[in-house]
Design a protein around this ligand. Structure first.
Ligand code: UGA
Length: 455
């Protein structure tokens, strides 16, 4: 409040850009969202959120109505509107499977720079290989006259799907990579709404002001750490499986040490989604290019541990069904298997790189008649894995099944009644791929239960 706030634009209205644009309008900024996808822009202007994110619909409609928020496919209009332009386009995994594809960053920055007619700040938010900010700065220099003085900065984001609105409005830190006082002041003004909201709630949001490289690295380092934490506990699960230990109790016990902490220590089917798997691979590829590949070699192990959890579920399924494993893995032909869960985690409709869907596909490939149920992800799953059969309820999926595999920890599955399901199923055998069921309750209801990393 007080000082005038910059007008802000968000280029790319995917998951990241749409969420930011809407939340920034909610913080009181004048906002324009830009995308090349006319369909997406029309939907957003009509008050329709293209993604499933709790709370976002209401904020979109409220801020459209308040006139603070607009979406456009016109890059000249976008360039004219903004004092600060946030680049929020995707950086998918390259076709070679390792590095990041920066073609959307290049296209959006070039198009924007060519249309700028006054001084502005271009801020990268997309997850990128370290060194990209310098490259963007050169790109901007090439496409704007020197006397405009357009500057570049980097400010990574840490949104978690399902909590994205709160993560924008109430972030646990703000990181900015800047080269000048002007850019620093401009970015401070562009975050002022977040600091002001924190002040009214008697909180503080720590601000880390740093250089380009560090700002870029913070993002991938954070995701690499989270992935490593998950693979660490899954590695312990493997050792528990070999020794008769129980990884859930182990995790609880080590988690009481505040230096370790109890979050992100949930052993199970491992991490998926659009970020963690792709980010650790791109990070390794970039480190290799920089001659620092050795430093991140462990991330390769993190990846392998993570992928081995899928094989483990197949093994447990084969054990329960009495199927021998051949050289090509177990054969499930003639069995009907219910798969509960398709999304990469609960409370989202996102199935990108989802371990649940990957296992469902593997079971089907090995001959099983797979029936999938997911509370939100069916529509997206059908697009990626059309060969699977999708059901409209837990009961429909479980009816007649020889085996039930719970692969995403939706509350609906946790709360399902094993007695009722036991009457519907052909065989009372369950693999709990996320250790989310009450093993005692299921066992009492006559189910043969197998968890991950537990006896
Ligand atoms: C992740 C990070 O948590 C965000 O901070 C980051 O901003 C985001 O990636 C990104 O780079 O954009 P997200 O992909 O939404 O967020 O998902 P997470 O909640 O981190 O979960 C990732 C995966 O790890 C899920 O498949 C989840 O099932 C799995 N997981 C998580 C475990 O297997 N065990 C755990 O203990 C925690």
């Amino acid at each position: 409040s007080g000082a005038p706030r910059p007008r802000v634009t968000f280029l790319g209205t995917g998951y990241l850009g749409a969420t930011y644009a809407i939340c920034y309008a909610e913080l009181g900024y004048e906002v324009l969202g830009f995308d090349v996808d006319a369909d997406k822009i029309a939907k957003l202007n009509a008050g329709e959120v293209p993604i499933h994110e709790p709370g976002l619909d209401e904020l979109l409609r409220r801020n459209l109505a308040a006139g603070r928020l607009r979406f456009s496919t016109d890059i000249a209009e976008t360039a004219a509107f903004g004092d600060v332009h946030f680049i929020c386009v995707g950086t998918p995994q390259r076709a070679d499977g390792m590095g990041a594809d920066l073609s959307y960053v290049e296209a959006s920055v070039t198009a924007l720079a060519q249309q700028l007619t006054r001084k502005a700040l271009i801020v990268g938010k997309s997850t990128v290989p370290v060194g990209t900010a310098e490259w963007v700065e050169q790109l901007v220099g090439k496409h704007t006259p020197d006397d405009l003085g357009v500057e570049v900065a980097w400010s990574p984001e840490f949104l978690q799907e399902g909590f994205a609105v709160d993560d924008v409005l109430r972030p646990n830190r703000i990181v900015v990579g800047v080269k000048s006082e002007w850019a620093n002041a401009m970015l401070y003004a562009a975050h002022k709404g977040v600091f002001d909201l924190a002040a009214t709630e008697d909180r503080e949001v720590p601000l880390v002001v740093t250089d380009f490289a560090t700002a870029e690295l913070v993002k991938v380092a954070a995701n690499a750490f989270l992935a490593t934490k998950i693979s660490f506990i899954n590695a312990m699960a493997e050792v528990c499986e070999a020794s008769g230990g129980d990884v859930t109790q182990l995790a609880r016990a080590i988690g009481y040490d505040p230096r370790i902490g109890n979050r992100f220590l949930q052993a199970g089917l491992g991490f998926g989604g659009a970020c963690l798997p792709k980010d650790i691979r791109a990070f390794q590829a970039r480190a290799q290019e920089l001659g620092a590949g050795e430093a991140l070699r462990f991330l390769h192990e993190v990846d392998l541990i993570n992928l081995r959890r899928r094989t483990r579920v197949l093994q447990l399924a084969a054990d329960l069904l009495g199927r021998r494993s051949g050289p090509a893995g177990p054969d499930f032909s003639g069995t009907r298997i219910a798969v509960l869960g398709a999304t990469f985690k609960p409370n989202t409709d996102d199935v990108r790189d989802a371990p649940a869907l990957a296992v469902a596909a593997l079971l089907a490939k090995a001959g099983a008649d797979v029936h999938v149920y997911d509370p939100q992800g069916t529509e997206n799953a059908r697009r990626i894995a059309p060969e699977l059969c999708y059901e409209a309820s837990i009961n429909d999926a479980v009816s007649g099944a020889d085996l039930v595999c719970v692969l995403t920890e939706w509350a609906d599955f946790r709360n399902a009644d094993p007695v009722v399901l036991g009457e519907l199923a052909a065989g009372r055998k369950v693999v709990d791929g996320r250790n989310c069921l009450d093993a005692t309750l299921w066992t009492q209801a006559g189910w043969e239960y197998r968890g991950m990393g537990r006896p």
